[in-house]
Design a protein around this ligand. Structure first.
Ligand SMILES: *Cc1c(COP(=O)(O)O)cnc(C)c1O
Length: 818
């Protein structure tokens, strides 16, 4: 007997159908007979939101009245994915929804596919924030996600006739937004510019130049089977001066609406850089805008109606997690609010602030650590600049009293000296909060040893690790229903959906022939599903008898899509010239999915190369049935949800020491793909858990990389040593993938041969060698399946529920509210 604990709401199919019909008539203005699939989607979304709202109000009330400290997760990005199917699952309404829309004459999957995907994030960091709000609600923790509702999210990626990336605006709100509720009554004023003057009793008074209105857009976050519905509050900017009458009276109608346009620009567009932010004024405005509104919102929520709230109790009410440096301006902002708005003295304000904030660092790349010119901060936020200077001065004194030498102090300054003084946001976050965590064991270690070395020496107790996780609701239960059913049957229960460690119970089944057989059938069926989806959506005709080999993630040199594409080219050349044994090679379909930052030339050129390799390889009858390359455009969560369950080999091949954690790697392992990867980020922990025999490890390790840098790395040495590599680079250079144009990829080939900072050349041979081993294993299907099952069984640790439990215990010191 299978023990099913999944939530199932008491609402019947009939009730739900009636509610949808009523909504269609009253809110969408159509009868059920005239309704289109888009009408039914919108009506259903509104009905589900309404249905959840009483639990939501209840959870908020209990949070304010109770004495469990809440969590405010501050993140400039929340890549939440489509909402409908997730809300239905977590609320226990999936069956009723399917029954109801069928009665109305629609296919449930068509209704679900109507929803546009909100692209309010770039990649891993934004998706992590979304997994965390899901887990917080599912564990029953009172929490807010706080961020920005961008009018235009991450661009929609298309490819032109030459295979180049073209960025198109993402009009995701064009059909309305049934999930987000704009709460004009609870807006906040956020101010900028101006000057600071002396006030009474030594106070400093900020006289800002201009203000915008931050209006919250509330999304409900229903926990899975927890009954708790939390809030994701994304701020949108509106003008206070809708219309400038004086300008209008001068007959300048367009000029009269300029204040509105200016204000609303703040939340108009998500910056599309991943890993290397742009130090732009508007970006700083965005950061301050959402953080200031969120801090005031928390005060309004927890001290509602109090004429003279005692804000020294703030750290008992809420703690703020800073998701990377984007919200770090919150530290001086809270200091300013406590001192200037509530009259609290510096020392008390500093104590409250330090106990309220914690900081998650997401990178090791020095160029990704945000730094702002002091001049810019002074122009936009003059009072904050004063406070940052004072924090820095106090910090320098503290370092002196600790006996740190002047060079050490200079390295650690939050505020650098000189005419081009800079503010180092990671340092401000480290000093202004209680804990700093990295996002995987290796990453946290490298933070202590390298990136924030001086800080960890001076404040060793501040540094900790929380390895990232992903939500099993979206990435297993929803994305892979066949595997979910098989797991539930294998374990005899579906408790794994909220306790992913239960997957360990699958270990004995890896040696059960009938389970292995059924596991293989699940993967085959998922491959056929993906082929159908990709045929429909991208026009691909994929041979499902081939190995599905995927590399999907943002395009970045450190992630090394170049290594994969060079290996594909080498394989192509070997099949063509007969040097590969045709009877031995394993037919593959290689999938890439990746967006490049619009200004990142090398990444965009790599996209062009991949597309052209795909064109040439797929058109060449000589390799038909052996090798094919597909690059579905516009990689997003929807594509991830379709491709990951169908993938057999997952590529996690970044240069060791560069990927902080990765979460894609976790999604794949949990869906029964085997990983080929370097010892980087969370790969290290995945391999430890699934077992070295069930992970294809290759390449340089962190120490090797450091040694090579120190000794003077020369890529030519590796190019000379491997004729397959030389051949592949020659083909890129000789016009094979550019209709004879020998210049097309010159920037790439010259980088490979002369610079190759991420050591793609040095790892090529090891990568080719491990592919042999992979193919041999794949040709023993039961052995492959056994390893894949063990990957699933041992990956429960990578649930975001576990990550949140780590944060609760080690950093936030709070708990679920019963
Ligand atoms: C999980 C995910 C990512 C992160 O992938 P990595 O391989 O960890 O870089 C990026 N984008 C989307 C859409 C995702 O779902």
């Amino acid at each position: 007997m299978v023990d099913v604990t999944a939530p199932h709401a008491s609402l019947s199919v009939e009730d739900l159908r009636k509610r949808i019909t009523t909504n269609l008539q009253h809110r969408q203005g159509v009868g059920p007979k005239e309704a289109t699939v888009a009408d039914v989607y919108k009506a259903t979304a509104e009905v589900i939101r309404d249905y959840l709202s009483s639990s939501w109000l209840d959870a908020t009330r209990r949070m304010v009245e109770g004495n469990v400290k809440a969590v405010g997760y501050l993140s400039a990005e929340f890549l939440i994915g489509r909402q409908l199917s997730n809300a239905l699952l977590n609320a226990g309404l999936t069956d009723q929804f399917e029954g109801a829309v069928k009665e109305l004459g629609f296919e449930p999957k068509d209704v679900i596919a109507t929803e546009p995907e909100p692209g309010l994030g770039n990649g891993g960091l934004g998706r992590l924030a979304a997994c965390y709000v899901d887990s917080l609600a599912s564990l029953g923790v009172p929490a807010f996600g706080y961020g920005i509702q961008y009018r235009y999210g991450i661009f929609r990626q298309e490819f032109d006739g030459q295979g180049r990336q073209v960025e198109k605006p993402d009009y995701w709100l064009s059909e309305g937004n049934p999930w987000g509720h704009e709460d004009f009554v609870r807006s906040q004023r956020v101010s900028f510019g101006g000057t600071v003057v002396d006030g009474e009793n030594g106070a400093r008074v900020w006289k800002p130049d201009w203000s915008v209105r931050a209006v919250p857009v509330d999304y409900l976050v229903p926990g899975y089977d927890s009954g708790r519905v939390n809030t994701l509050r994304l701020w949108t900017a509106k003008s206070y001066d809708e219309f400038d009458l004086a300008t209008f009276n001068r007959s300048d109608y367009m000029g009269a609406v300029i204040p509105q346009v200016d204000a609303e620009n703040i939340t108009k567009v998500l910056y599309p850089e991943d890993s290397t932010p742009q130090g732009k004024r508007l970006r700083l405005e965005q950061q301050y805008f959402f953080v200031s509104a969120s801090i005031h919102d928390a005060i309004r929520t927890f001290y509602a109606g109090e004429a003279q709230p005692d804000l020294t109790t703030l750290p008992d009410k809420i703690c703020f997690q800073l998701n990377d440096t984007h919200p770090v301006i919150g530290i001086p902002e809270l200091m300013r609010v406590l001192m200037d708005e509530y009259g609290i003295d510096w020392d008390t304000a500093w104590d409250v602030t330090r106990r309220t904030f914690n900081y998650t660092c997401h990178t090791l790349l020095p160029e990704a650590l945000e730094v702002w010119p002091a001049k810019l901060i002074g122009e936009l936020l003059p009072r904050h600049l004063e406070i940052i200077k004072a924090i820095n001065a106090q910090f320098v004194e503290e370092l002196e009293s600790k006996g740190i030498d002047p060079e050490g102090i200079d390295r650690m300054r939050i505020f650098t000296d000189g005419p081009d003084a800079q503010i180092r946001m990671a340092y401000l976050a480290t000093v202004g909060g209680s804990y700093v965590n990295g996002v995987a064991a290796l990453h946290s270690q490298l933070l202590k040893d390298v990136t924030l070395k001086d800080f960890s020496a001076a404040y060793p107790d501040k540094f900790t690790n929380v390895t990232n996780g992903v939500t099993p609701r979206r990435f297993i239960k929803l994305a892979n229903p066949r595997l979910s059913d098989l797991i539930t049957e294998g374990l005899g229960s579906d408790r794994w959906i909220h306790d992913l460690d239960e997957l360990e119970g699958l270990v004995p089944l890896a040696d059960d022939a009938s389970f292995v057989e059924r596991f293989r059938k699940v993967k085959d069926a998922n491959k056929r599903d993906f082929a159908a989806y990709a045929s429909d959506k991208f026009g691909f005709s994929i041979d499902t008898g081939t190995m599905f080999d995927s590399m999907i993630k943002r395009l970045h040199e450190y992630k090394r899509q170049s290594l994969k594409i060079l290996a594909v080219i080498a394989e192509y050349a070997a099949i063509k010239d007969g040097s590969a044994d045709v009877d031995e090679i394993q037919p593959r379909s290689v999938f890439f999915g990746a967006k490049a930052a619009p200004g990142y030339a090398m990444a965009k050129l790599t996209i062009r190369l991949i597309n052209n390799v795909a064109r040439v390889v797929n058109d060449d009858p000589a390799v038909k049935g052996k090798l094919a390359v597909y690059f579905p455009w516009n990689y997003n969560i929807d594509l991830a949800e379709h491709l990951i369950p169908a993938t057999e080999l997952d590529e996690q091949i970044s240069q060791a020491g560069k990927e902080a954690s990765g979460t894609g790697n976790m999604k794949f392992a949990l869906n029964g793909a085997l990983t080929v990867g370097t010892l980087d980020g969370a790969n290290v922990e995945i391999r430890e858990r699934v077992g070295a025999d069930n992970f294809f490890l290759f390449g340089l390790e962190v120490d090797d990389v450091e040694k090579l840098y120190a000794d003077g790395y020369d890529p030519m040495k590796y190019v000379h040593a491997d004729s397959r590599l030389r051949r592949a680079i020659d083909m890129v250079a000789d016009g094979t993938f550019s209709n004879g144009d020998r210049n097309a990829y010159a920037a790439l080939t010259s980088d490979w041969l002369t610079h190759d900072y991420f050591m793609t050349m040095a790892d090529f041979t090891a990568y080719m060698d491990i592919q042999k081993e992979i193919e041999e294993t794949y040709q023993k299907p039961d052995e492959w399946a056994r390893k894949a099952i063990l990957n699933v069984a041992h990956s429960g640790f990578f649930s975001s529920d576990r990550a949140i439990e780590d944060y609760l215990r080690d950093i936030w010191h709070t708990q679920p509210q019963r």
